[in-house]
Design a protein. Sequence first.
Length: 190
Amino acid sequence: MESSGLNNRVLKILTQSSHKAAVDLLGMRISTNIKDKFVEIMITETEAYGRKTTDKMSLFNTYKNIPTSLTLGPPYISVLKSYGSNRSMFLLSGKKGFGEAVLIRSGIILIGKKHIEARRKVKMKNDKLNGPGNITKGLSISDVNDGDSIISGPIDISPRIHPVDQAIAKQRKNAKRNDKNLWRYTLILK
């Protein structure tokens, strides 16, 4: 795999444990150019999922049929079914084979709002994409992207456009009892 300086920075972030990568991804940009429709969002909320042995909410503990993509590690993504027919995009982190991942929960649209509205079949009142299903629909990410590389695939990650001043850490959505991990991170924008 050939890596440029930017790709090396992204890989360095993703090879950290998931809870560290989740913080470092805040403010970064994700873009896709699918069917000549370029879309870019800034990541404003993430959620970390750790290893099976140390995290009760690990994806290995959550999904009965573990998709092959989940074992690939960085720089790959895993697209998993979430609520109903929705799909969620996880950026794989840590080391290959451990299933650590960062869920992209929300973002702000920077480019391509009209494409996102068409894909979601809704007129948006603001530039916020809330929820993992809205992220994947807006970026046109589907099951066919499961296992794609963020280095050589249709999904690109770019540096943040401003420094991360402040983020809030709280429990993950649907956290299990006794889950003490504050692994849901939200970027505070000024």
